[in-house]
Design a protein around this ligand. Sequence first.
Ligand code: NAG
Ligand code: NAG
Ligand code: NAG
Ligand code: NAG
Ligand code: NAG
Ligand code: NAG
Ligand code: NAG
Ligand code: NAG
Ligand code: NAG
Length: 489
Amino acid sequence: MRLLSLALVLAATASAAMVKTDSTCVVTPLSNTPARSIGTVAPADRDVDPEAEPDLWADLGPFADPPPGALGALGYYPRPEPSRGSRPLPPPVEIGVQGNRNHHVPKDGALEARQTNTDDTPQMLDAFKQCGKDGTIIFKEGTYNIRQVMNTTDLRNCSIEIHGTFVWSADNIQYWLSKSFSVTYAGRSTAWLFGGRDVSMRGFGKALFNGNGQVWIDQNRNNANQNGRPISLTVWRGTNIFIDGITWRQAQFWHTFVAHSQNVTMTNLDMNTTSNSQWKAVNTDGTDTWNSKDVVIANWTVKCSDDCISVKGNSTNIYVNNVTCYSSGGMCVGSMGSNTGQPDYVDNVVFENVRLFDSSNAAWVKTYPGTGHVKNITFRNIHFDNVNQPIYVTSCIYSYPNCDSSRLGITDVRWENITGTSRYNVAVGIHCSSQAPCDKLQFSGIDIKPLKGGTSKILCSNIRNQASSGLQCTGPCPGSHPQQLSGNV
Ligand SMILES: *[C@@H]1O[C@H](CO)[C@@H](O)[C@H](O)[C@H]1NC(C)=O
Ligand SMILES: *[C@@H]1O[C@H](CO)[C@@H](O)[C@H](O)[C@H]1NC(C)=O
Ligand SMILES: *[C@@H]1O[C@H](CO)[C@@H](O)[C@H](O)[C@H]1NC(C)=O
Ligand SMILES: *[C@@H]1O[C@H](CO)[C@@H](O)[C@H](O)[C@H]1NC(C)=O
Ligand SMILES: *[C@@H]1O[C@H](CO)[C@@H](O)[C@H](O)[C@H]1NC(C)=O
Ligand SMILES: *[C@@H]1O[C@H](CO)[C@@H](O)[C@H](O)[C@H]1NC(C)=O
Ligand SMILES: *[C@@H]1O[C@H](CO)[C@@H](O)[C@H](O)[C@H]1NC(C)=O
Ligand SMILES: *[C@@H]1O[C@H](CO)[C@@H](O)[C@H](O)[C@H]1NC(C)=O
Ligand SMILES: *[C@@H]1O[C@H](CO)[C@@H](O)[C@H](O)[C@H]1NC(C)=O
């Protein structure tokens, strides 16, 4: 019994602000945690749910700093990164000795330093470890500082509730560049691998994920995909995953990625990564799906600087509904087929009720000259303003000389009720491979007008069913036709 108590004390010391009751873990940000050593609290007093007993925490004065010279819990911060080894813990301090009971939040440097250097990752991972199976994890209000990668892919029947703000550190860029987890796809990596079975993560419109993206944007200096620049959240090997009501601001890289997963529903998400410097927020996609099946994306607002919703290789049954995108690439299948030795398949995708503002493209399919297929895709009820080249299909994205060698077939694609304004005089640009012409393309209700007036061009090449497609092509589309135009053609 004594040994058990000691173990409990040690476990509690390692994650001072996380409290477990039955199968529920309640996490409070360390920066909000009373400055005290939990080791001096009787175990009976420790096992309380602060949600049920708010007064317990209030009494301790959540932001109270210890008096000068005293070693409070403050002595535990900053927590070392794993590579730097651990510091010895300072001696415990009696509760009450250090505390003033003032709830006022001091805006002094000490508090700020504590908030930025605190690392909540250990206690967050501890909550996932202790309550990630048949449990509930509640992140209470406040700011959680995440200074380390998180791998929570072994969750089972777990409900996660986030009421606070997660901030990913950016004063340790080298740490992230070297430690972010690989997600295999195109050499990309992520700060958080999230997966398992029967898992929900709800933010109630209150959860805020802040990736400190401006720092990432500024150090990346307009370069394309930077190795190690981490995707904010990756659903990895997840089955029956529900993610709802989370707001992202200034993501590090792509906001989300769904890979090797099945039955993933992501609803009511709000993302905005906007650069306020001379450097552009490149590659800040809203989401990408890859090697995944049965994915629902609904009620999203995304302001980003690349694909808004992108369906990549080996994605099946993807349903996208009610999404508004600003300054993005719009609704996109691809890119895919970059490896000719490895086929990529995309089947059964619906994008509907989508609004786009100031995008590069609206409803497009981009493949490398590879193998596999794109089949059974619907773009429906899509309205936009000021889109560079709204409908675009290429069989050779960024590899123009090989355009007609692609054997990746694009068939059974519908564009229905696609309306809005194009930035220049091209509404549609389609170049299919002559080796594998597009087939069964269907167009109806296409009404795209150039922003500055005049009539739109509809350029097409190698559409097998062109005569019955419903598209009145006005001229050919060469293999070298670019994704983005810089003026009228
Ligand atoms: C899921 O976990 C909860 C506890 O959070 C438990 O009550 C329930 O029985 C579990 N469901 C299954 C199917 O195991
Ligand atoms: C993530 O955690 C799972 C389960 O614990 C483990 O199998 C896997 O190897 C880990 N992945 C990485 C990249 O560390
Ligand atoms: C798919 O996931 C949802 C949770 O988002 C769950 O309610 C549903 O039962 C799952 N469907 C299947 C077929 O397991
Ligand atoms: C995104 O954030 C920027 C910068 O804060 C702001 O100017 C813009 O209005 C926001 N856009 C949306 C769609 O929320
Ligand atoms: C989309 O948002 C509306 C309005 O808030 C809500 O009624 C609807 O249930 C949401 N749909 C989903 C799939 O969450
Ligand atoms: C669409 O999603 C937005 C949030 O992005 C929501 O406010 C709106 O109510 C939704 N519309 C419908 C019809 O669900
Ligand atoms: C896509 O799926 C096919 C067929 O299962 C497989 O051969 C191929 O390796 C997969 N592609 C990728 C990039 O995983
Ligand atoms: C095409 O995709 C839609 C939507 O995902 C699906 O309902 C339909 O069954 C698919 N058609 C075929 C022939 O697979
Ligand atoms: C066409 O799409 C718009 C939204 O862009 C929608 O309001 C309208 O009802 C749709 N028309 C038809 C006939 O479905």
